[in-house]
Design a protein around this ligand. Structure first.
Ligand SMILES: C[S@@+](CC[C@H](N)C(=O)[O-])C[C@H]1O[C@@H](n2cnc3c(N)ncnc32)[C@H](O)[C@@H]1O
Length: 218
């Protein structure tokens, strides 16, 4: 695994990261230990690097999701997992950074909910088949996980997936990113083309370019 440090300019309305703080883009690479160390270093601060509020896409679409067992992939500091737990989901969250998981556990306890925080490298992780009503993947791209996400969902289960696209290369924030770490146009939809697509969009507001999908397993 490899990680690219980028300068964060505080452009996301749903994010409480301080302006000018450093952040890391979500990439896949080949050196897991290096990746783990870098993420641990990034997260070794009292503030929540990605904020305590859920991703706007998840929050805005929560009404479409039925409560059940959920998996948050690359959970980070737990903003999305804790939000789901507060909504009644039973949440497993996986992340390579133990520092992030400690913050996620703390956020859960601040909110008087519990989550199961699993420290694992997703490139060597097996999602238990037909287990989850909901799988969330926000701001993380590991293409090899797609078949596992599909298998991990129960029939009728829902995937919520949002991450950066190649359009982001045009933005000041994204110029340093490697293209293969970004979704190609239409790629996310193709991953789940046989699912019932409930929401799909690709956006670029000039600062952030993402593809966002909610789809139901047939
Ligand atoms: C940009 S953060 C997104 C965190 C969270 N999804 C959110 O929306 O706040 C990307 C996360 O991917 C995690 N990560 C990177 N490589 C990983 C790997 N190989 N296995 C598991 N987690 C990984 C990092 O530790 C980091 O928490």
């Amino acid at each position: 695994m490899a990680v690219i440090p980028v300068r964060w300019n505080g452009s996301r309305a749903d994010d409480s990261r301080p302006k000018g703080s450093n952040a890391y883009q979500i990439v896949t690479g080949d050196d897991s230990e290096d990746d783990r160390r870098r993420w641990d270093t990034l997260y070794s601060t009292r503030t929540y690097v990605f904020g305590k509020e859920p991703a706007a896409f998840l929050r805005d679409n929560i009404g479409q999701l039925s409560v059940g067992k959920a998996l948050d992939l690359a959970m980070g500091e737990g903003r999305n997992a804790v939000y789901l737990a507060k909504k009644g989901f039973s949440v497993d969250g996986v992340d390579i950074s133990e520092v992030a998981l400690q913050k996620a556990r703390r956020l859960a306890s601040e909110n008087k909910v519990s989550i199961t925080a699993i420290n694992a490298d997703l490139s060597a992780y097996t999602i238990r088949p037909e287990t989850y009503q909901l799988i969330v993947n926000i701001d993380y791209l590991q293409r090899s996980l797609i078949p596992q996400i599909r298998r991990g969902l129960k029939r009728g289960g829902i995937v919520v997936f949002e991450t950066y696209t190649v359009e982001h290369l045009k933005n000041a924030n994204g110029q340093h990113m490697r293209r293969d770490y970004l979704l190609e146009r239409g790629e996310l939809r193709r991953f789940f083309r046989d699912y019932e697509i409930l929401v799909y969009r690709e956006t670029n507001d000039g600062k952030e370019a993402r593809a966002s999908l909610i789809a139901r397993k047939p």
